[in-house]
Write a protein that binds this ligand. Structure first.
Ligand code: AHG
Ligand code: MN
Ligand code: MN
Length: 333
């Protein structure tokens, strides 16, 4: 008889629980709920095109609203999942100015802090291009049973206990790390389960892809301009010129470079002097995954994970990817 052997995300996290000497199952439950929210958001994302078609037939103006709604819907879905998990005491989200907390005892007793970009690359929703969700998990510093404080959320990235992303692409994947390697799960829609597909992902030390919004070239720092010129230079020995690849969804650009090798750059520009990407729920989780896969992440002078956050929605420049490429860039800076 033909067999179909899979390891689902749920099976995997339960097995892995034993790896953590003091694991109580709380974190396992949290991750389980994240997986469920990801599946629910995936269902909506897949239908986005369909909603547009229906919207157009009835009311042309509704298109823009539907797309904006998807941002909020993803946010709502993850917040609900986190509340239901009863392991999370507070959430920071790109979509909410303030931190989200709940008043019930169970949530206040939760040990974990969750930071997220519920829908990353949302300008790509209406053109059927891959988008994602990025998340980061910390242990709280404040005592259990109380409301979490700002200090709980402003921990440096090196204190993350887990980070990951969901990519809603040609297939939907959930990629995460708890600090012991990076694992990827592909959603099998026929059984509605994330199945282990990428075991212990490592990123090549060198790559041939550079990813940057080069339209902003004239506004980049001199070092970045010189590095881009270097990427375009002709040198067989180092495999240059490199290929330029830029989707405009951090999750998708990072995911491709993680698997193939490459560098992603979001430097400071005239309109965004501190860069565009947010430290807490974009740069830190991506940096954590990059390092876990053997790559590197810097803001040009500091390791991203060592930056002490000052505010919830703080922005930093981001240079992330294959180690040798990021090191080379830093030479230019
Ligand atoms: P979001 O959709 O969550 O606001 O994030 C968009 C981000 C990120 O995904 C991407 O890397 C970057 O914006 C693209 O910015 P540019 O359009 O300036 O290139
Ligand atoms: Mn984003
Ligand atoms: Mn977003």
């Amino acid at each position: 008889m033909q067999g179909y052997t899979v390891k689902t995300l749920t099976q995997f996290i339960i097995e892995r629980q034993a790896d953590f000497p003091y694991a109580t199952g709380e974190f396992t439950r949290l991750l389980y709920h994240v997986g469920v929210a990801a599946k629910l958001v995936n269902k909506k994302v897949n239908k986005a095109g369909l909603v547009d078609i229906l919207g157009e037939a009835g009311n042309i103006n509704i298109q823009g609203e539907e797309q904006k709604k998807l941002d909020l819907l993803a946010n709502w879905q993850f917040v609900q999942a986190l509340k239901n998990s009863r392991e999370c005491c507070g959430v920071a989200s790109e979509e909410d100015q303030e931190i989200i907390t709940w008043d019930d005892d169970l949530s206040r007793d939760g040990n974990y802090i969750f930071c997220m970009d519920p829908l990353d690359g949302s300008s790509n929703i209406d053109v059927n291009v891959s988008i994602g969700t990025i998340f980061s998990v910390y242990r709280r510093l404040s005592p259990r049973g109380t409301k979490p404080t700002m200090e709980d959320f402003l921990q440096p990235g090196n204190r993350q206990v887990a980070a990951g992303y969901v990519i809603y692409g040609s297939s939907t994947m959930l990629v995460y790390s708890t600090g012991r390697g990076v694992y990827g799960f592909t959603l099998d829609p026929s059984i509605g389960e994330f199945c282990l597909s990428h075991l212990n992902i490592t990123t090549p030390a060198d790559g041939k892809i550079y990813s940057i919004n080069e339209g902003n070239y004239s506004h980049f720092p001199e070092g970045v301009k010189k590095y881009i010129d270097y990427c375009k230079g002709d040198d067989k020995a180092t495999g240059r010129p490199y290929s330029a690849r830029y989707i405009g969804s951090l999750v998708s650009d990072f995911h491709r470079n993680l698997l193939k090798g490459g560098i992603f750059l979001y430097p400071p520009t005239a309109s965004a002097p501190k860069g565009k990407l947010r430290l807490i729920y974009e740069c830190n989780p991506i940096a954590f995954l990059a390092e876990q896969a053997g790559g590197m992440a810097s803001d040009g002078t500091r390791r991203i994970l060592d930056i002490q956050p000052e505010s919830l929605h703080q922005r930093v420049p981001l240079y992330v990817g294959s180690k040798n490429m990021v090191e080379k860039l830093i030479e230019f800076l």
